[in-house]
Design a binder for this molecule. Sequence first.
Ligand code: PLP
Length: 354
Amino acid sequence: MTERVPVRPDLEDTEPYGAPQLSVAVRLATNETPYPPPRAFSERLAARIAELELNRYPDRRATALRSALGARFGLPVNRVWAAKGSNEVLLQLFQAYGGPGRRLLLFRPGYSAHPLIARVASTGVVEMDLDESFRLGADAAREAVTACDPDVVVVASPNNPTGIAVDPDVVRALHDGGRALVVVDEAYVEFAGARASAVALLDELPRLVVCRTFSKAWRLAGLRLGYLLAHAWVIDDLRKVRLPYHLDTLTQAAGLAAIELADEVTAHVAGLCAERERLRSAMAALDGVEVFDSAANFLLFRTAVDDLFDRLLAGGVLVRDFSALPRLERCLRVTVGTPAENDSFVSALEESLT
Ligand SMILES: Cc1ncc(COP(=O)(O)O)c(C=O)c1O
């Protein structure tokens, strides 16, 4: 008797997504905001939950939530899509526009879940290396799409783990250099300043999609809510791949409450950006630490110490280890935490370097 069914051959050597979730004093590993959402949000959500008809299926079209999201950008509801985190938004995009025989272009180093989600959606992945500066220029972008001729291209801006934002000219080059759906993953854009977004290019570039999340600047990583802004035909196509009732009533209600209280929910962003710069200066002041520029809520850095991740962990600080990846040798990424957490990290770093 055969005791197990073999997994799909193309998944055999797939490592499940696994940023370590360890119980340590200072957790600066997964780019969440260190502050919980404000009390006004929790109270409004609690009151709304009491009124929800949870015996009924959710509004399949999430009309109220998508309309409220669209209103923030002056876009109608038929140009907005929402799902369980931007990871699910990306999965749905790959299901609709990738799939067997189709190619996704990515740039390395990048967000590790992008190729993983593509693989789950049976989409071929071509990864092009960024140069030593980790910056993507318009010429290199155009050459990459010409060489690869992808069906879909994804760039994160600011990029994870480098923290570098992508210029509008690069987005134009990715779009005009080929025929692909161009997806700009703006998970961290709120930390990069108002002019960093590709949203302003949406009317100029018909195949552009801008993907965003409530997990980072909106302090709601536990909620699982992401969305995209695009042209209406994209939203029509995504309805073909989404599961029935994919966005539950609770998430829709919580998203709406957050949007109503947007200023309070995102009030910490300016302070966190200032804290990022303070942390960067403190790290750069240490001998043997190279810190990269970042427009996000994390900093990539390199030292000469091979086992720095373990040393920091022993000191009670969890960061993200990239040191085994090509061209990220001895690189780690630290999420900007509270001032006290950042001070603990800098002390642990200083100790680990000696
Ligand atoms: C670039 C990028 N995109 C998307 C995500 C995932 O976001 P979500 O929590 O909305 O699925 C992350 C999370 O770390 C990320 O770094």
